[in-house]
Design a protein around this ligand. Sequence first.
Ligand code: GMT
Length: 378
Amino acid sequence: MNIGISCHHTYGGSGAVAAELGKALAAKGHRVHFFSQAAPFRLGAFSRNISYHEVEMMHYPLFETPFYTLALASKIAEVAFYEKLDVLHAHYAIPHALSAMLARQMLEDKCAESKCFKLATTLHGTDITVVGADRGMQDVVRLAINKSDGVTAVSDYLKDETVRMFNPKKVITVIPNFVDTSLFFRSPKQEIREQLGLGNEKIVIHISNFRPVKCIGDIIRIFYAVSQKSRATLLLVGDGPERSEAETLVRQFGIVDRVKFLGKLVDIVPLLSIADVMLMPSNAESFGLAALEAMACGVPVVATLAGGFPEFIEQGRHGYLLPPGDIEGMTEKALLLLADEKHWLACSEECVKQTKRYETTLLVEQYEAYYTKLLTAQ
Ligand code: GMT
């Protein structure tokens, strides 16, 4: 198939899923065209069957902000026509699905409707729960959903939320996040500890784009309580709007030497491989790709009883889920995992087992079948 993928290039789950999906499809022989503002952060080096189309925006003094949605639509239309795209897979409802709709209209005179690409849209989370919940954006998100040929969501939770909020005309198919366990596996390296200036203390880790939904303040509060009873270090991977507040809290708590802000790192397996607990106290999380990737590396998760987490994290088996904001509860469970070696090992092994259900090869097959269904539908 000739598949177009449009996604956000920035550090975040939807861009990661889109890039990993495209790479896996290309490895299976499909021709994949990526569309984004800059190279998606997980795209990696050149690879056969992959083309990346950077969307260039026109800068003209009359326009205060450049029109990304329109530039993307023009780029999709151009590539779809010359490369004969079968499917355009939009990751995150806006603006990608809208640009694709517009691209189809641009092609109306050039292609017979039956020959134009099918539009598959994957909802990732905040496109519904945050952007979709905004009064000013609701109708445009609804349009993106209803005008797609097919819509998928990354968890039952997100599907249910979308149905509750938008009552869409289409049936939404759930295709969860996935992880390549041939790349994500535990392989601890002493030199990583040395590079980070760590001894043999326990490691708590968090990876995200530091947006408000991630509750970074709760991470610092939990870790502060943990650090009173355990000689652990907190690794914070990623960056974003809540970082300054987090750094301020770390200073206020006097734990500067116990917390390392590592920034937006792409190669996270070496870090996950030395981690003992993944903290994800998000107040809304449609799936939680970072948790799944941690589990593949044998890291039990302490997260919230919210969103998609309960769909793949079993209480006491792969870690613990507590109500959002329950700092005390999450602290207690993190301490339990850090202190009880036997329990940690059992959880760690169960985590690795659980991720086999979310193996990239299995889920990529589901996407391929989904595209085929769209292409053969009347
Ligand atoms: O908002 C974010 O944290 C990033 C966001 C994205 O779209 O880039 O992540 C969402 O998509 C991921 C991949 O499907 C999911 O694993 C994350 O749970 C989801 N984030 C939220 O729902 C907050």
